[in-house]
Design a protein around this ligand. Structure first.
Ligand SMILES: [Zn+2]
Length: 245
């Protein structure tokens, strides 16, 4: 009896240890993916110096880039594991915009990653404090008929987080007035791709505004575009064997 109990405890401990190491491995993989996403943002020219921050959902919270870390040279040590209540451990401090990331991930269970940058054209347009309208059908990449602009609030504040949450209702990207841009994704890859696409659209819109007033696509046309985007998303998932793209 005693022998079998000891045996059971032994197996239990081993199972527990293997579960712990699986969790650790999964978190390490997520950490590496976050570093790769930051390097990709720098390669795409979406971040310069220490501007911009990125987060990804993890079990019980999020992984987020450290405060003051240049994304182009980010190392695994510059990734901070944060719990849902905003607490963290370790030497590196989380990005000053941790609240924005934490609140978005908490409010939007369907998303897995948040990218925030000061990419040049999106940031320039954010100073107009108006949305990027449907000058091109690709604005549907933000999930609606325009790319909205959140009201102004000081960086790092709860007010900024609330403003972004409001602007992102039913959307996957928005400008932050006189500040930059936020892009969401089901995973890091998708959030980075969306941040890139928003910057391309912002550049195109800035160019067209400099030469004239663009003819905008109407609500009916954008409804058709959004329907096709939804169809395309579903097909993409089926072709990938269930993996969302
Ligand atoms: Zn910022």
């Amino acid at each position: 009896m005693a022998g079998s109990l000891l045996l059971d405890f032994g197996i239990g401990r081993r199972r527990n240890a293997s579960h712990m190491s699986e969790r650790r491995e999964a978190e390490e993989a997520l950490r590496r993916a976050l570093v790769r996403a930051c390097h990709r943002l720098a390669e795409l020219g979406l971040t310069q110096g220490t501007s911009g921050n990125v987060s990804v959902r993890r079990d019980g919270g999020l992984l987020i880039t450290a405060s003051g870390a240049p994304l182009g040279a980010l190392a695994e040590d510059d990734v901070v594991a944060m719990r849902e209540d905003g607490s963290w451990r370790g030497a590196a401090r989380p990005s000053t915009e941790w609240r924005l990331h934490r609140d978005l991930l908490a409010a939007r269970p369907e998303i897995g990653a948040v990218v925030h940058t000061h990419s040049t054209y999106a940031t320039a347009l954010s100073c107009l404090r108006s949305p990027i309208p449907a000058f091109h059908y690709m604005v549907a990449i933000a999930g609606g008929t325009d790319i909205p602009c959140a009201t102004y609030a000081t960086f790092g504040t709860e007010a900024l987080s609330q403003a972004a949450l409001r602007a992102l209702e039913g959307r996957m990207a928005c400008l932050l007035a006189n500040h930059g841009v936020v892009a969401l994704g089901r995973d890091l890859e998708e959030a980075v791709a969306r941040a890139h696409e928003v910057e391309i659209l912002a550049k195109q819109y800035a160019v067209v505004r400099s030469v004239g007033a663009p003819v905008l696509l109407d609500e009916a046309e954008m409804a058709e575009v959004l329907r096709r985007f939804a169809d395309y998303g579903r097909r993409g998932r089926d072709e990938e064997g269930g993996r969302p793209r």
